[in-house]
Ligand binder design. Structure first.
Ligand code: SAM
Length: 282
């Protein structure tokens, strides 16, 4: 097989790699923050790669975008104001805007080029960007949260790259402290928390940092994401107050369509594998 026909991402320290067969490279550039590449693949539609890591493919992005938005929105009792930190491909924004009760969504990505490329190569993810409830800002999410007024948001979705480069500070205690400060009474953060199989230490460090910052209530959800290392991804919700059960009836009667998320998927995603329970001390 000609190796130039494949895009491959190696998982450092995991002795594994994931490849997609590509037709051609559509674009590459060094932005002010990161190296961005877009490929046309044989079977996964378009693929966005940032600093050598797969971010989004046309074919499978719905797993991640739906699980980063609907579980937390159905866990909060009445979410109206949502911030998305990162998320420049706009897929999470599109899912959040499906909730009719949401009144305002601000997406804060450090790199405007990610969104400009998504508009060209992933137009289906950007189709709700013109919604009057949506606002796109291109600044550092760490600074945005630090400068925010106390109690000014209900849900913060941290849809970031891995904890290196500009995203490193998004996984630390200082950032979670700032999040806690700007959340309203029942406020919640959800953050992508990598793979339990490959990055359990990182997941634990992140949960410890959330607890140390003052979030007493944590829930980690598991879901498939085949283009990410190990193919098995997670997101962690941190609540100011007890997270309890989610709004199951509202979830079962959601007034919009999804590809993956539903009430049963939500329940199942909350189940903790035995080795994860042991690691979390449960
Ligand atoms: N789904 C992806 C994943 O888990 O690999 C994340 C995709 S999304 C495109 C990640 C975004 O986070 C990028 O657009 C990047 O520019 C943004 N980002 C990284 N650090 C950031 C920061 N400090 N503030 C705001 N956005 C940031």
């Amino acid at each position: 097989m000609n190796p130039t026909e494949w895009f491959t991402e190696q998982a450092p320290g995991a002795g594994s790699a994931f490849s997609l067969k590509i037709k051609r490279k559509l674009h590459e550039e060094q932005s002010d923050f990161q190296f961005l590449e877009i490929y046309e693949t044989e079977d996964f539609g378009n693929l966005m790669v940032i600093d050598g890591c797969t971010m989004v493919s046309t074919r499978d992005n719905f797993f991640y975008h739906e699980m980063m938005s609907h579980p937390v929105l159905f866990t909060h009792p009445n979410p109206k104001r949502v911030w998305i930190i990162g998320g420049g491909d706009c897929g999470t924004l599109k899912e959040v805007l499906k909730h009719p009760g949401v009144e305002q969504v601000v997406q804060i990505d450090i790199d405007e080029r990610v969104t400009r490329l998504a508009e060209i190569y992933f137009p289906e993810l950007c189709e709700s960007n013109g919604d009057p409830r949506a606002e796109l800002k291109f600044i550092d999410g760490i600074k945005w949260v630090k400068d925010a007024a106390p109690g000014s948001v209900d849900i913060i979705i941290v849809d970031s790259t891995d904890p290196v480069g500009p995203a490193e500070g998004l996984f630390g205690e200082a950032f979670y402290r700032d999040c806690l400060n700007c959340l309203s009474e029942n406020g919640m953060v959800i953050q992508q928390s990598e793979s339990a199989l490959y990055h359990l230490n990182l997941m634990q460090a992140m949960r410890n940092a959330m607890s140390a910052a003052g979030f007493d209530h944590l829930q980690t959800l598991f879901f498939p994401q085949c283009i990410y290392p190990s193919g098995w991804w997670s997101a962690t919700i941190a609540g100011k107050k007890s997270l309890g059960s989610f709004r199951q009836e509202d979830s079962a009667n959601k007034p919009f369509t999804t590809e993956y998320y539903n009430v049963d998927i939500h329940r199942a995603a909350l189940a903790q594998p035995e080795f994860v329970k042991r690691a979390f001390g449960g």
